[in-house]
Design a protein around this ligand. Sequence first.
Ligand SMILES: CC(=O)N[C@H]1[C@@H](O[C@@H]2[C@H](O)[C@H](O)[C@@H](O)[C@H](O)[C@H]2O)O[C@H](CO)[C@@H](O)[C@@H]1O
Ligand SMILES: [Zn+2]
Length: 280
Amino acid sequence: MHAHPDDEVIGTGATMAHYVSAGAHVTLVTCTLGEEGEIHVPALSQLAAGQADQLGGWRLVEWERACAALGVTDHRMLGGAGRYRDSGMMGLETNQHPRAFWGADLDEAAAHLVKIMREIRPQVMITYDENGFYGHPDHIQAHRVAMRAAELAGPDGPAKIYWTAQPLSVLRDGMEAFRESDSNPFAGVESIEDLPFGTPDEEIAARIDGTEHYAKKTAAMRAHASQIPDNSWLYGMAGDFGGEFMGVEYYTLAQGARGPGEGPHKWETDLFAGLDLDGR
Ligand SMILES: CC(=O)N[C@H]1[C@@H](O[C@@H]2[C@H](O)[C@H](O)[C@@H](O)[C@H](O)[C@H]2O)O[C@H](CO)[C@@H](O)[C@@H]1O
Ligand SMILES: [Zn+2]
């Protein structure tokens, strides 16, 4: 369950490709079209919200192309394309738009996801933590709607719920690795504790290694060209560090029993670890 087109790749692209290739049924639910986003493709600049206001339709196409690159065939917009609008960054006037996701009625929005849950009966759901990973209103709302839907869906809801996360150790390694880079995402950051995200390693529950799929993740990122420019640090990370940073994704476990794991913190290597898959 993601907030905008492109979130699915940045946070969970390798995980989605990993499970599609393992034969799992992966359903992506995205909550808005991303109408209020930046535009990094000059030729598209007049699609912006304050001009032609067509960015949402364009990002829908980018989103479908990115899903194709990951092998995800079941991708849905919450309540149908255009039902909820990108709210913009926290505190902006766009938060008050009549269709802004940030102002959506929680149970009405959750009902759209419950309907999907009753159809697909997921064993595992991934969404964001209470802060929406980094505090964007649509990410916070996606968390709230996903957790409410899981509560309302009862036995049709997921047995395990994970929230996207970045271990502090990975952020420290990344900050060091990018120190000399000319596209340093940590530029101006004194300490990783200043970042709006980061989880102590001991609170991480799962490390999903989708390294073999990081080329699919990179291709899916390129599909989101309006949001992820060619000179993005994300490509630098993929280029300089290969799958090590791009192909591995981390999660905390918000609901369900933790399965067997590896390493000093017993991180699961499979989100379905410990589940009776025959049962559901
Ligand atoms: C990854 C993500 O959630 N992107 C959102 C976010 O985009 C940010 C926004 O454009 C901001 O103005 C930029 O400074 C920042 O770099 C962007 O990440 O918010 C957008 C508006 O809600 C949203 O469309 C985009 O998908
Ligand atoms: Zn987002």
